[in-house]
Design a protein around this ligand. Structure first.
Ligand SMILES: C[S@@+](CC[C@H](N)C(=O)[O-])C[C@H]1O[C@@H](n2cnc3c(N)ncnc32)[C@H](O)[C@@H]1O
Length: 202
């Protein structure tokens, strides 16, 4: 455990020095709690960056657990590969290089847990593309869903963020009202939506 703790700290420093966005402390703790509680054997992550959240999850999953993670930035995926190799987890974490919107159409499930942390305007599209690959009872964790408070604010968002805010609202509306999901929104940090998939026939 000490080795992984040290490596995660090194990745936090690397991310800070290189302006790479990684999961915050609030979302990290939620991921740890859910991984420990649900013991997922197969996890899909959308948005690897340099592998921080993937390594965090795998270190709290069952020993035979596996993660498939998608990243479109070639430099980041190379760095993630190095960190994951150093952690000795390359057999358990499969890195897929490319646009998640396309890759999601090609991969096979089932997944017990999905962590959505890539393009904020695409969350609903990602979810719709993974829906037929979810195990019954799967948990979907979507990070940054309140987007700096703008998603729940009555103030009109700045023009630059209008589409992201509109699409995040659509994502939250979908997971909150579709009978196949039961969703809780955590307001701490930048907002995290945790949705449990009840199955296709609910
Ligand atoms: C917030 S970062 C992920 C952080 C990572 N989950 C962590 O906590 O360590 C989001 C990542 O998603 C990637 N990304 C954005 N849009 C994407 C897409 N359409 N397909 C694949 N990756 C994408 C970005 O390049 C970026 O590295």
């Amino acid at each position: 455990m000490n080795n992984i703790v040290n490596l995660l700290k090194e990745i936090e420093d690397y991310a800070e020095e290189n302006s790479i966005p990684i999961i915050n402390k609030v979302s990290s703790q939620l991921l740890i709690d859910i991984a420990q509680e649900r013991s997922p054997r197969s996890v899909l992550e959308i948005g690897t960056a340099v592998g921080y959240s993937a390594l965090l999850m795998i270190s709290h999953m069952p020993v035979d657990g596996k993660i498939v993670t998608i990243e479109q930035d070639a430099n980041r995926i190379d760095t993630a590969y190095d960190f994951i190799t150093r952690a000795g987890r390359i057999e358990q974490i499969q890195l897929l290089d490319g646009d998640a919107s396309e890759i999601l159409l090609q991969i096979e499930g089932p997944f017990d847990m999905v962590f959505i942390d890539a393009a904020k305007g695409q969350y609903l599209d990602y979810l719709q593309k993974v829906m037929d690959k979810l195990s019954d009872g799967a948990v979907i964790i979507a990070d940054n869903v309140l987007f700096r408070g703008m998603v729940l604010s009555d103030e009109p968002p700045h023009k630059r963020y209008r589409t992201i805010v509109k699409r995040l609202r659509e994502y939250l509306d979908f997971v909150s009202h579709d009978s196949r999901f039961s969703t809780t929104i955590h307001h701490e940090g930048d907002g995290v939506a945790i949705s449990y998939y009840r199955g296709a026939n609910k």
